[in-house]
Structures are given as C-alpha cells and as structure tokens.
Ligand binder design. Structure first.
Ligand SMILES: Nc1ncnc2c1ncn2[C@@H]1O[C@H](COP(=O)(O)OP(=O)(O)OP(=O)(O)O)[C@@H](O)[C@H]1O
Ligand SMILES: [Mg+2]
Length: 239
C-alpha cells in the first residue's frame, strides 16, 4: 500500500536525506519509524507526498507512482504533521468541512462531521469554537478528524503525538489502532520509543538516511527496544 523501492533523496551540497529506502507498509499495518533528528523521517514522508522530488528510486501509494502521478496518488493518502495547518478563524466544524471538500468529498452531513469530531474525542463545546483558541492537542484531534474523513487506505503521520499530554497521545494511538483494524496502512514517524513499541506492528530505525534495522512484532516483544535503539545510534555509521 505504501511502498518505496530504492528511494533516495540527495539535497543540495550532497546532503543525504534518504539513502536507498526499500519498504512496504501493508494494509492493516502500523509501521513506526524511529531515528534521531536529521535521520530522514520527514524526507521519507515528503517524498511519498511528492512535496519533494526523489533523486532516484520510486515511491508508490496504492500502486500509483507518487512521482509520475502525484495527483492520483494523493487521492489514496492522508497526511498529518506535528503541527496541523488549520485555519485559526474557522471553527472545528468549518475546518473539517473545508478540508473534507478539498479532499474531494462533497456530500457530508453536519451529523457525520459531528460524529467524527466526537470519535476523536473533541469535547462538544469546541465544535463551533475558532481554532485559534485551541490547544495543540485539540488541534491535533481536529487534524485526525480530517484524516479520518478523507478515509484513505494509506495514512502518513509525521510525529503526530509530539507535544501531546500522555492522555492525548494515548487517545490518539487508540484511534490509530481503530484505523489499522479497518485495514489502513499507517506510516508514522516518532521519537517515542515506548509508544512505537506499543503501537507498531513493525518498528524501523533510521540513521543518516539509511533504514538500519526493522524489528518485527515478535522481536519487539523480546528485545529491549530502547537498548537496541541507543546501541544503533551510538555504534553504527560515522557520526
Ligand atoms: N529542504 C532541505 N534542504 C536541504 N537539506 C535538507 C532539507 N530537508 C532536510 N534536509 C536534510 O536531510 C536530512 C534528513 O532530514 P529530515 O528532516 O528528513 O530528518 P528527520 O528524521 O525528519 O529529523 P527530525 O527528527 O528532526 O524531524 C538532514 O540532514 C537535513 O538537514
Ligand atoms: Mg522530521
């Protein structure tokens, strides 16, 4: 569903953003990508969204080449970053309506929007409040509601729980599990080792643009992920 084959990005001045990434995230799977600042996580997501062009290699969403056919590929993927770009002067309902229509859905009832906002745990009294009055966690909930309304088979999340309080992060991950169980393929970057272990069906460790290690569910149960991660960060590659 979310597939990269030898996907590579070299920025100006030979800065390696992503080095021959080959990966497949299947329907009904959550793949968590760990990696230090500058490891290449956001670069990976930006390539799938065609925000940037790869130097070489291919990226596919739902079998559609995200470089050759970006508009078609985008129909099948929803994206949420660390800071949701929403309209401060619009209410939660208006933002949801605006972005849902932008995503190509025309006939959504107010009830469906309200049900969706309820599902992501936004308190009812905020439905008609302007976003500029929202805390980060509440904005993130609206962001997730937009992702859920788009209802795509692939979902890309760039550090979606960064800065959320423990309850907010837990709620967010519980909702991701629901999406996974609906059969969606989820790729999520994070710095939170414990949550990656908790929610990931597989966890990748990226270092200097290279996907250095992938831990399967069985490995995650046996291994001390934090120890494995820190060992990789210290001992591998040239710092
Ligand atoms: N637009 C850009 N131009 C030049 N170099 C870039 C650009 N974006 C990222 N890079 C470089 O590519 C590498 C990977 O960066 P990237 O943002 O993908 O890392 P990341 O894993 O998302 O890090 P973080 O955890 O800090 O978000 C870094 O060396 C970074 O400096
Ligand atoms: Mg990043």
């Amino acid at each position: 569903m979310i597939t990269a084959d030898q996907l590579t990005k070299v920025y100006e001045n030979d800065v390696m953003g992503l080095d021959h990434l080959t990966l497949e995230v299947k329907p009904g799977e959550i793949f968590c990508m760990l990696g230090a600042n500058g490891a290449g996580k956001t670069t990976t997501i930006n390539l799938f969204l065609n925000f940037i062009e790869p130097t070489s290699g291919t990226a596919f969403i739902n079998g559609i080449d995200a470089v050759k056919n970006p508009l078609e590929a985008k129909k099948y993927v929803a994206y949420l970053g660390e800071v949701v770009q929403l309209y401060g002067n619009f209410t939660a309902m208006q933002n949801l309506d605006f972005f849902t229509k932008l995503g190509g859905k025309a006939d959504v009832s107010k009830k469906e929007y309200r049900d969706c906002l309820r599902k992501v745990g936004l308190p009812e009294r905020f439905f008609d409040t302007k976003l500029k009055k929202f805390s980060k966690g509440m904005r993130q909930r609206v962001g997730l509601a937009i992702v859920m309304m788009k209802d795509t088979p692939a979902i890309l999340l760039d550090e979606p729980t960064a800065g959320l309080d423990p309850r907010g992060a837990q709620d967010f991950l519980d909702m991701l599990r629901v999406l996974r169980d609906q059969g969606k393929a989820v790729f999520m970057s994070t710095h939170d080792i414990f949550r990656a272990k908790d929610i990931g069906d597989r966890v990748g460790i990226m270092k200097q643009g290279v996907l250095a290690m992938v831990l399967e569910k069985e490995d995650l149960e046996e291994e001390d992920l934090e120890k494995v991660y820190l060992e990789y960060m210290r001992g591998w590659g040239v710092d």
